[in-house]
Design a protein around this ligand. Structure first.
Ligand SMILES: [Zn+2]
Length: 309
């Protein structure tokens, strides 16, 4: 392995010095999540470098700060964030400690990926603490609608072209190629989920609002009594009763939540727990944005089919 990569880099350095230099000279992008990093890679290809902070198997609301994150942010030319307060609990102090004026909010090197997408669950009226960890600017899990993924990729294309104009044509061509592949994949996902339109499901957290909206499923309840609040016995009993009433049996759980309550709900209702990854990198075979949906749609369809819907 070592030998092979040493040979490969020697070839790159000696054989194609222009290309090697170009990659070194490209924009250094840091994305707050692996989903945004994947969309950036789709558009930027080898003309930029991309690093993600939160891993796909972590809860993106809670990321433990590491000194290496500060170093990455210090060296970055562009920071891309989910926004809508997704990173409010961990990114602001890292950004401050990065001492990098280029990537602070409001600077050209700071891209909030949520500014041009379809946002759901924007709360009406006053928000109180009793409502739990409600996001005042709407549901930040918007990347789980492929239409929003396309819009984010487009915003990334515009931003990369602004910061590295010599490669604008290359970025445009990469975006068009991604757009085409995503469109073909959407047909596949739509066809797979079409038989289950209107099926009532339960999710642990409100991670799947955009996903179910896009594919026509119906979330009838949550394992969490309120966003960010752990399950309580009273809420779980009410959820079980409601699930029996409407015959909901599929419970989607993100990989970073405790399975104990979802499993006991499943036992009481004759249902199934499906661990579904909301992010790129959440499982080994989820290597990019399109394979994220391939993975999730396949698991979900298998569960819904087994439940006899
Ligand atoms: Zn959330």
């Amino acid at each position: 392995m070592f030998l092979r990569s040493a040979v490969l880099s020697a070839v790159v350095v000696c054989g194609l010095p222009g290309l090697a230099m170009r990659a070194d000279a490209g924009l250094k992008v840091v994305a707050s999540t692996e989903d945004l990093a994947s969309l950036t890679r789709e558009v930027g290809g080898d003309r930029i470098t991309v690093d993600a902070i939160a891993k796909g198997y972590q809860d993106p609301h809670f990321v433990e700060a590491k000194p290496s994150f500060i170093l990455k942010l210090h060296a970055a030319d562009l920071l891309i964030v989910v926004g809508r307060e997704m990173e409010v609990g961990w990114l602001p102090p890292l950004l401050q400690q990065s001492r990098n004026a280029k990537i602070q909010p409001g600077s050209p090197g700071h891209l909030d990926a949520s500014s041009n997408v379809r946002i759901l669950d924007i709360p009406q009226g006053q928000i109180t603490r009793a409502m739990g960890d409600v996001h005042p600017f709407g549901n930040p899990h918007y990347w789980l609608d492929p239409g929003n993924g396309r819009r984010v990729a487009q915003a990334i294309q515009a931003k990369l072209s602004e910061l590295q104009p010599a490669d604008a044509g290359f970025f445009a061509q990469r975006f068009n190629d991604f757009d085409k592949r995503l469109g073909e994949a959407e047909k596949r996902w739509d066809a797979a989920l079409a038989p289950y339109k209107g099926t009532k499901i339960v999710t642990y957290h409100r991670s799947w609002a955009n996903f179910v909206d896009r594919f026509g499923l119906d979330v009838m309840g949550y394992v969490e009594p309120r966003p960010g609040i752990p399950p309580s016995p009273q809420h779980t009993i009410a959820l079980i009763a409601e699930m029996k009433k409407v015959k909901a049996t599929t419970i989607l759980v993100e990989p970073y939540f405790d399975l104990k309550t979802p499993q006991s709900v499943a036992r009481e209702t004759g249902g199934t727990v499906v661990v579904l990854s909301p992010s790129v990198g959440g499982e080994k075979d989820i290597t990019d944005y399109i394979s994220l949906f391939d993975h999730d749609v396949k698991l979900l369809v298998a569960a819904l089919k087994a439940a006899g819907h």
